[in-house]
Design a protein around this ligand. Structure first.
Ligand SMILES: Cc1ncc(COP(=O)(O)O)c(C=O)c1O
Length: 450
């Protein structure tokens, strides 16, 4: 291992960071995180904070789960890798698919296609949706619909259904045939509607209108996050996902629930769709599936879709899609251990209780600071705080001030994440009451510093 000076001097000289400007990384060296315990992280200078980001909405078990670490290390000795392309498999992959199916059976899921992460899972679901319709004799169903403010990863398919132009403009033209509906975002929406239930109805009407315009026989799938995460933690009305489900059913459109953040307990339920009482046709997973101890994702498939593939006799049901690391034995061992641990610890219940505490803490800060325009959360450990320079006009706070808030919060004891002018929080699901209090007081200090 090189010494600290080498680490500090060399970072951005050779490493390009995802989601950042290379020149900015050179000018403003990032925090170098060297170790972590439970729900806390420590940087190269020895400064320790509570990790209110949970790595990146993913370290749900915190950093000290020995069961998952041991499962990974044992698997490395038994079988570090073998291909799962048709013709070979491995015991951990079989066990992992069984465990995942068991966990999401209540959501109607019966088959698992493993990937290396969330973007891969989204890509898999979009492709399988098109193939499903071809197999059923409706090859013209190729279009995708999604929500503005949605985040579905950065592959070309996922970027095409993404609803935030930051992830799109530099990479256009994207996939043809992708169309977006307004987000269920009560703080800002084109209907000027602050009632979430009425907003949900308005979006449902827009969905029907767009389907009529496109022709329902041309749409393969609708993809949505049950709670939009990276877009700013946007919580829809409790009726919203069900309304979308009904419309999909009425028009033969598959519903893909993108559960990369909301899966595995973050909402206070094991899946976001279950949280809202909806059974999707496919689910996309990653992050919490291994608590990020190993990069794994999965596309989950309901019977209705699986039957069409499995009963195909033409040969067209062959899946010519997959990744070298699909069903990786080490990843699969991590999945099995992680799922067992989250159930043993009942992380979803702690997520619900601590999420409420964090949300209420943020509402109290809103009373104190005029720069807080909107606070979103309360359904598990996903909390967004929208910062504005003027409450009346809702002017988004500028980046330099956001960076100041971030740094002062960090110095006061909590790592938070910025998504433009939003402060986003998604701590480990095993976080304690005292640690949530520490996040609230650190953000209080951060906001007090501007
Ligand atoms: C809802 C959602 N879908 C897909 C992705 C992409 O996942 P990954 O970054 O693992 O490719 C993310 C990542 O944050 C996400 O939040």
């Amino acid at each position: 291992m090189k010494d600290d000076n080498f680490i500090k001097e060399n970072n951005a000289k050779h490493l390009w960071h995802p989601m950042g400007h290379p020149a900015d990384s050179l000018a403003n060296p990032p925090k170098v995180i060297v170790s972590a315990q439970n729900s806390s992280i420590k940087d190269l200078d020895g400064h320790e904070t509570v990790d209110a980001v949970g790595g990146l909405w993913c370290v749900n078990l915190g950093y000290s789960n020995d069961a998952v670490k041991e499962a990974i290390s044992h698997q490395l000795y038994d079988l570090p890798y073998y291909s799962s392309f048709a013709g070979s498999t491995n015991p951990s992959a079989i066990e992992a698919s069984y465990a995942v199916r068991e966990m999401f059976e209540e959501d109607g899921m019966s088959r698992v296609f493993f990937t290396s992460g969330g973007s891969d899972s989204v890509e898999t679901a979009l492709r399988l949706a098109r193939q499903y319709h071809r197999l059923r004799g409706e090859p013209n169903r190729t279009k995708f619909m999604s929500l503005k403010k949605g985040y579905h990863g950065t592959h070309f398919g996922g970027a095409s259904v993404n609803g935030n132009n930051r992830f799109r403009i530099s990479y256009e033209p994207l996939l043809a045939g992708c169309f977006h509906l307004p987000s269920p975002y009560t703080y800002r929406n084109p209907f000027n509607e602050t009632d979430p239930a009425i907003l949900a109805q308005n979006i449902a009407a827009s969905f029907e209108d767009e389907i009529a315009f496109q022709g329902s026989g041309s749409i393969a799938a609708f993809i949505m996050e049950p709670i939009q995460g990276a877009g700013g933690v946007i919580l829809p009305d409790a009726t919203f996902m069900g309304l979308m489900r009904d419309i999909c059913d009425r028009h033969g459109i598959l519903m893909i629930s993108d559960e990369v953040i909301t899966g595995f307990g973050r909402t206070g339920s094991w899946s976001g769709a279950r949280h809202f009482g909806v059974k999707p046709d496919m689910m996309t997973m990653a992050k919490g599936i291994t608590s990020a101890y190993f990069p794994v994702g999965a596309a989950l498939i309901a019977d209705k879709v699986a039957d069409v593939f499995e009963n195909d006799t033409t040969g067209e049901g062959a899946i010519f899609h997959g990744y070298t690391y699909s069903a990786h034995p080490v990843g699969a061992a991590a999945v099995v251990a992680c799922l067992s641990e989250i159930q043993r610890l009942d992380t979803k219940s702690n997520a619900a209780a601590r999420g409420k505490q964090l949300y209420e803490g943020m509402l109290r800060l809103k009373e104190k600071y005029d720069v807080i325009g909107d606070v979103r959360g309360g359904r598990g450990l996903m909390t967004g705080v929208e910062i504005v320079s003027d409450r009346a006009s809702k002017t988004p706070m500028g980046t330099p001030t956001m960076k100041k808030i971030h740094q002062a919060t960090y110095e006061a004891g909590a790592m938070v994440r910025l998504g433009m002018h939003n402060v986003l929080m998604s701590p480990p699901l095993v976080i304690t009451e005292a640690e949530v209090d520490q996040i609230i007081s650190a953000l209080d200090a951060g906001l007090g510093a501007i």
